[in-house]
Ligand binder design. Structure first.
Ligand SMILES: *[C@@H]1O[C@H](CO)[C@@H](O)[C@H](O)[C@H]1NC(C)=O
Ligand SMILES: *[C@@H]1O[C@H](CO)[C@@H](O)[C@H](O)[C@H]1NC(C)=O
Ligand SMILES: *[C@@H]1O[C@H](CO)[C@@H](O)[C@H](O)[C@H]1NC(C)=O
Length: 210
């Protein structure tokens, strides 16, 4: 039998082991080199670590709808194994980024311009909302359903999101549920409505791009 002192030590050791596990499992799997060079890249220089895909945003006209420009591992191969990525979110007046989740990353949103209504729902179905002003940051915990809405009817909003994964992933609830071919009868029962209501919802949505 362990004495109380030993039990105490045991729990401290267990706690430390679990915190280390949490730290190592909080991001993408670790790599055992400084960085990962894709097979088709022959020479690594400063360009490899540079992403220029956002330059176009600097001179572009005002957004006409909600628009995301991503710098994740798919667009920026230097991010392999680095557990980070970013996106620029542009909101036209009155536009919404519909409820969605990022299965592999927490998100830290920085509002650069305008104002934004944000909300996140935890696993007890509690909704947390906020109206952000430019300069504010909001943290969306990993995997939780969230949205952003530019309630301003005349002005745009622009934010930058950082993710704790090179490939945060996107599950957009309207698209995942209504554009992927799930049987309308199943959806009607799930949403406690009839098939024609489900068909109407399906009609108004376009399948996700990626
Ligand atoms: C390497 O392959 C990726 C994916 O096919 C492509 O996007 C990228 O442009 C290629 N890089 C070079 C330097 O050829
Ligand atoms: C939003 O809308 C109001 C008018 O309704 C305006 O006064 C305000 O400056 C707008 N723009 C931003 C960026 O908040
Ligand atoms: C389906 O439900 C909607 C909303 O309750 C209702 O207006 C509509 O008449 C129903 N359609 C059918 C075919 O039952």
């Amino acid at each position: 039998m362990a004495s109380p002192a030993n039990k105490h030590e045991f729990f401290i050791a267990l706690f430390l082991a679990l915190s280390v596990f949490r730290m190592t499992s909080a991001g993408d799997p670790d790599i055992t080199s400084d960085f990962v060079v894709p097979p088709n890249v022959t020479a690594v220089d400063g360009n490899f670590f540079t992403f220029t895909g956002m330059r176009a945003l600097m001179s572009m006209d005002l957004p006409m709808a909600f628009k995301v420009t991503k710098a994740s591992v798919a667009e920026f191969p230097a991010l392999v194994g680095q557990s980070v990525s970013m996106a620029v979110l542009e909101f036209s007046a009155g536009s919404v980024n519909p409820p969605h989740t990022h299965p592999r990353a927490s998100e830290l949103l920085f509002l650069l311009y305008g104002s934004l209504e944000v909300g996140v729902v935890d696993t007890t179905n509690k909704l947390f909302t906020q109206t952000l002003q430019s300069g504010d940051m909001f943290a969306f915990p990993k995997g939780l359903v969230h949205y952003q809405y530019n309630a301003n009817e005349t002005d745009i909003a622009i934010s930058i999101s950082a993710f704790g994964s090179a490939s945060a992933g996107l599950v957009s609830l309207p698209a995942s549920v209504f554009t992927t071919g799930i049987d309308s009868g199943i959806l009607a029962k799930s949403f406690k409505t009839n098939v024609s209501t489900i068909e109407a919802l399906k009609l108004g949505l376009t399948p996700p791009k990626a």
